[in-house]
Design a protein. Structure first.
Length: 68
């Protein structure tokens, strides 16, 4: 079996073994991430230049770290 198939199977088994509370916590986490993403997308759509200027330093510093 390929590594991808094994990884998918392992993830599926892990999900089955999660308690109901753990599943809800995971869903809650994913929903929070989605809301955060949508807020950033809306801010960017309303003012692309302003959004990029506000976040310019963060992106610039991240790109320096990756080039090392």
């Amino acid at each position: 079996m390929s590594d991808k198939a094994n990884n998918s199977k392992d993830k599926h088994v892990e999900v089955k073994e999660m308690t109901n509370e753990q599943k809800l916590e995971r869903e809650n986490e994913l929903l929070r991430l989605e809301v955060e993403y949508l807020k950033k997308l809306r801010a960017f759509q309303m003012d692309p230049k302003g959004y990029l200027e506000k976040h310019k330093q963060r992106y610039h510093s991240n790109s320096k770290k990756n080039s090392n």
